[in-house]
Ligand binder design. Sequence first.
Ligand SMILES: [Zn+2]
Ligand SMILES: [Zn+2]
Length: 332
Amino acid sequence: MPENEGEHQGGQQADPQGEHQGERKPGEGGDKKRKRKSRERDETPPPAPEPLPVPVGDSHTHMDLQEPAAAAIIEAADRVNVRTLVQVGIDVPSSHTAAALAAEHERVHAAVALHPNEAPRLVLGDPDGWSGQRRGPGGRPALEAALAEIDKLAAEDQVRGIGETGLDYFRTGPDGVAAQQDSFRAHIAIAKRHGKALVIHDRDAHEDVLRILLEEGSPETVVFHCYSGDAAMAEVCAERGYYMSFAGNVTYKSNQALQEALRVAPLNRILVETDAPFLTPLPYRGRPNAPYLVPYTVRAMAVLRGMDSEAGLAELCDALDTNLKDAFQVQA
Ligand SMILES: [Zn+2]
Ligand SMILES: [Zn+2]
């Protein structure tokens, strides 16, 4: 597997904004591998694309990390036919936020979890304030207590997914791997116990993610959020019935292995997501992402799959919408 500097396979390397966990303004003691651009980031929201012919959803977004209030984000998405949103938690507070947003808005559904980078921070502490929370080491009891909170939230009806969980070997060193893997195993158990979809964050950890899923036994529904594997891995995922959710980085020219994966993935196993505010699709890479930008990614996916005729695009949208509703067992 090639070494990746970017967020989820070449995703964010040109972007000073980190992924999740308040990493948008990382301290100097942060990740040494991260490249930074010296130029100012353009924070202007990109213009709205032409609406899609058939409604789709955004299978993975973080509205709490985006600029406008949730109601405005939902409305802007609605105007371009992006109707269903899955709001994803990364720690206990944001998982509560996700559950609350989903309770409040009919077409917003929640996923709750401890991000793979949150688990080591709970156990080992976060002395450099990298997560913005400056916590001391809580040891195993802190992880157990947080998992118990996630388990409680998982019982709520508007919570349709357990995620994002998984493994992230890019940002966590060897000292954090045990906490990450234990947390991932615990989330697999929670997903199975509550019959909810497991939403996986897999960064530079394909083999271990696939192995642990086999060891624990996969939940009925598994979604690889911001899918970052190649075509060979897509075939493994397809065989096992896993969903692969493609983000804006599939539009980046350098991501040819990812584009090849999209070409071979079965139509009934693909999803689209923003992972907003991260991974803005072309032609607006580097600017703030939001669910209303999904059509840019969908149209690029249509070209990559040879479905860019009017009928082809409608068929792709229809499949993406059906797959999202099936994966998260929602009506709208
Ligand atoms: Zn992620
Ligand atoms: Zn995410």
